[in-house]
Design a protein around this ligand. Structure first.
Ligand code: FNR
Length: 342
C-alpha cells in the first residue's frame, strides 16, 4: 500500500474509530474555592515550553501531510485555524516529503500560512540526523517532534519490526539540531522510566501522548484481516502518564495529550504538572465533519472556558494553576499507589 493511501486511511479510521474518552481526566477533581482572588479579564494562560513562548497552552498536534492534495488542504485549513486562534501547530511525519520532494508542498503550506507562528516539525524515531535537519529546515520549525510509536508499528502490517538503537539516534539528533526537541508518544503514554531515560540524554520536552483518545491499535487493526486486538487496550492513560513524567523528570517541560477535548481537560492537565496541551483527533473530527469555522469557534470557546475555570480556582496564571489542590480517584489513584507515586 502506498504511503499516501495509508495517510488517508489513518484519517478515515481515526474519524470512524473515534475518541475513547478513557484518558482518566474524570478521576481528577478540584477542591472548590469559595473565595478565589481572581478576575476573568486578568487571567493569563500564556505558557513557555523549552524556551518557546506560547500565547495559549493549546496547540494542534501532529496529524498529516504527504498524502497529496487532500492532506495539503487539511494542513492548510488547520494552519489557518492556528493563525486565527493564535495557537501553535505540529505537522504530521515529514518522512514522506524527505523521500519524495513532490510531497513537500503539503507541509510547507503550514509555514506559509503561519509565517511567524509556532510550527513543529515531525519525524519518527527511525530518522537520521540528516533527515531531522532537513525536516526542521523545510518548515523553519520552532521545534522538532520525534514520535515514538512502537505499538502502532507492530499492529501496522507494513510497520517496523526493529526498534533497536532508538535512544542513540535521538541523542544524536538532539545534539545536531539547533531548535528544541520534543519526544512524543502517539496514544500509549509515557512511563516514569521512559522519561528518566530520555532526561538522562538531555531531552527537555516530553509529550506524554497518553492512552484514552485516538487509538492507533484500533486504527491499524481496522486495516488488518487478522487483528492484534490485544494491543487495543494497551497503554498508560493520559492522567497517569502526566503524573509519571512530571514525577520522573523535574525541570522537563511536559506536554499533555491523548484524548483532550475540553478546557477542563486542559486545566486539569496543567494542574497535574503539564506546561502545554496538544489536541489531535478531536480537532480533526470537528474540521472534517463541521468545517473550519466550527473548529475556530470551538477553540475560541475553549480559550474562554479556560479563563472561567482558572477564575473559579483563583489561578491567574498557569504557574498559580499548578499549585491548586486536587483530589485523584478511580484507576488513576490506583495506578499512582501501585507505582509508588505519592
Ligand atoms: C496522528 N498522530 C501523529 N503523531 C505524530 O507524531 N506523527 C504523525 O504523523 C501522526 N499522524 C496522525 C494522524 C492522525 C489522523 C491522527 C488522529 C493522529 C498522533 C497525534 O499527534 C496524537 O499523539 C494522538 O492522536 C493522541 O492525541 P489525540 O488524537 O487523542 O488528541
Amino acid at each position: 500500500m502506498s504511503r499516501a493511501k495509508r495517510k488517508l486511511d489513518h484519517i478515515e479510521h481515526a474519524l470512524s474509530t473515534g475518541q475513547e474518552r478513557t484518558h482518566g481526566f474524570e478521576h481528577i477533581r478540584f477542591v472548590h474555592n469559595s473565595i478565589p482572588d481572581a478576575f476573568v479579564d486578568e487571567v493569563d494562560y500564556s505558557s513557555e515550553i523549552g524556551g518557546l513562548s506560547l500565547s495559549s497552552p493549546i496547540f494542534i498536534n501532529a496529524m498529516t501531510g504527504g498524502g497529496g492534495e487532500r492532506t495539503k488542504m487539511i494542513n492548510q485549513q488547520l494552519a489557518e485555524v492556528a493563525s486565527e486562534c493564535r495557537i501553535g501547530i505540529a505537522v504530521g511525519s515529514q518522512m514522506a516529503a524527505i523521500r519524495d520532494p513532490e510531497e513537500r508542498k503539503s507541509y510547507e503550506i503550514v509555514r506559509q500560512t503561519l509565517p511567524n507562528g509556532v510550527v513543529f516539525a515531525n519525524l519518527g524515531s527511525e530518522a537520521t540526523v540528516d533527515q531531522a535537519k532537513r525536516a526542521v529546515d523545510m518548515l523553519r520549525a520552532s521545534a522538532l517532534q520525534i514520535h515514538l510509536n512502537v505499538i502502532q508499528e507492530l499492529v501496522m502490517p507494513e510497520g517496523d519490526r526493529d526498534f533497536r538503537h532508538t535512544l542513540s539516534r535521538i541523542e544524536k539528533i538532539k545534539d545536531a539540531i539547533d531548535v528544541p526537541l520534543i519526544i512524543k508518544e502517539v496514544g500509549y503514554g509515557m512511563s516514569r522510566e521512559t522519561a528518566e531515560t530520555l532526561a538522562s540524554i538531555g531531552v527537555q520536552m516530553i509529550d506524554v501522548g497518553g492512552f484514552g483518545g485516538t487509538n492507533f491499535s484500533r486504527i491499524e487493526n481496522a486495516r488488518r484481516e487478522r487483528k492484534l486486538s490485544y494491543f487495543d487496550d494497551w497503554g498508560i492513560n493520559t492522567t497517569s502518564s502526566i503524573i509519571e513524567v512530571t514525577e520522573a523528570a523535574k525541570g522537563i517541560s511536559v506536554i499533555s495529550s491523548g484524548g483532550l477535548q475540553s478546557a477542563l481537560d486542559v486545566v486539569k492537565s496543567i494542574a497535574l504538572g503539564a506546561d502545554a496541551t496538544g489536541f489531535a483527533g478531536y480537532f480533526l473530527k470537528i474540521l472534517m465533519e463541521e468545517g473550519q469555522t466550527a473548529l475556530i469557534e470551538e477553540i475560541n470557546f475553549i480559550h474562554k472556558d479556560i479563563k472561567m475555570l482558572m477564575t473559579a480556582l483563583g489561578a491567574s496564571s498557569l504557574s498559580e494553576l499548578k499549585e491548586i489542590p486536587l483530589v485523584i480517584g478511580g484507576s488513576t489513584k490506583e495506578w499512582c499507589e501501585q507505582r509508588g507515586i505519592p
